[in-house]
Design a protein around this ligand. Structure first.
Ligand code: AMP
Length: 302
């Protein structure tokens, strides 16, 4: 089943203890779409500027990604730059230049409007809501990611958008900031009152946690000896998670648990190299082998 994503397609500047790139292809929707395309067909909605070349667009070609919804506008593509701490656990944002995103009015191609699975990647909450409203029938599953930038600048808009989604998928510090609650389980209760009935907390090297009416399910992060660049790991997690669910056409508890594992698998591949380098060269067999490895990582007898 096809999966619709709206979010940033960007150029990123990345500094980690393992190296520095001034301008690499990135963006939340890019990581998401590439990760999800290993599981299902993806319809991409976003905007790029005239500095986004056909060579850049090659990342989407030869995959199950439809780019009719990727608008090309005059001006510069969204630019973000960030710098990681020595242990890669902390990141500071150095630059956020919205550029063409500042004037973006998403317009879904007709064929996208039947989407059953929707992912609202990290962009302005009013744009996320606008996209959701253009989908004809209420999707089987709508999930949303956001970040401190929007929690602080567009809190009221974000809360309005949250009323319309099933799953909120954010990192631990954002969960705390949005809910004003340090404890993640108590934070989940606050968030359920805002709309989403499922919370997925991405916790970097500590894995991810899903909380819903059935309880709590946790997956570890895949232990890596040489992580290089965590940029896009969260979006790749989301791509693996939603891609798996859309591909399987299910959303029951067992499917959600498998989706958590595939999310963690895709996030772990992204971290192995800079930018999209690892994700773009991945094979399906590697994905399934790593998912099986998770069984070994977490199984025990009592
Ligand atoms: P992640 O590491 O998963 O949090 O996502 C990193 C990606 O998010 C980068 O490729 C950025 O281009 C993109 N990004 C960073 N800040 C924003 C923002 N304010 N709005 C949309 N996308 C962003």
């Amino acid at each position: 089943m096809s999966l619709l994503v709206v979010g940033s397609v960007a150029f990123d500047g990345i500094e980690s203890p393992y190296g520095k790139v001034d301008k690499a292809l990135g963006g939340a929707a890019t990581y998401f779409a590439v990760a999800a395309s290993y599981f299902t067909h993806v319809d991409l909605v976003g905007i790029v500027g005239d500095d986004f070349t056909s060579k850049d667009a090659a990342i989407f070609r030869g995959r199950h990604i439809d780019t009719e919804g990727l608008e090309h506008a005059e001006g510069k593509t969204f630019f973000w730059a960030g710098k990681y701490s020595q242990n890669l656990n902390e990141r500071v944002t150095l630059t956020t230049d919205l550029n063409v995103f500042a004037e973006f009015k998403p317009k879904l191609p007709e064929k996208y409007k039947q989407a059953k699975y929707v992912f609202l990647a990290n962009i302005a909450p009013e744009l996320q809501r606008d996209v959701l409203h253009q989908v004809r029938v209420r999707p089987k599953l709508a999930a949303l990611d956001t970040m401190n930038y929007w929690i602080e600048r567009s809190n009221a808009e974000l809360r309005e958008t949250l009323k319309h989604v099933d799953i909120l998928m954010i990192n631990d510090s954002e969960t705390r900031e949005l809910s004003n609650e340090h404890n993640l389980l108590r934070a989940a209760k606050h968030i359920f009152k805002m709309g989403p009935q499922t919370l997925v907390v991405k916790r970097g090297e500590y894995g991810a946690m899903l909380v819903d009416q059935n309880g709590v399910f946790c997956v570890p992060a895949f232990p890596l000896e040489e992580p290089h660049d965590p940029t896009g790991a969260g979006d790749s997690f989301a791509g693996g998670f939603m891609g798996y669910l859309a591909g399987a056409g299910q959303k029951n508890d067992a499917a959600l648990r498998r989706a958590m594992v595939y999310g963690s698998v895709m996030g772990s591949f992204t971290v192995e190299k800079f930018g999209l380098d690892r994700l773009r060269s991945l094979k399906r067999t590697e994905i399934h082998a790593r998912a099986r490895h998770f069984l070994k990582l977490t199984q025990f007898k009592l």
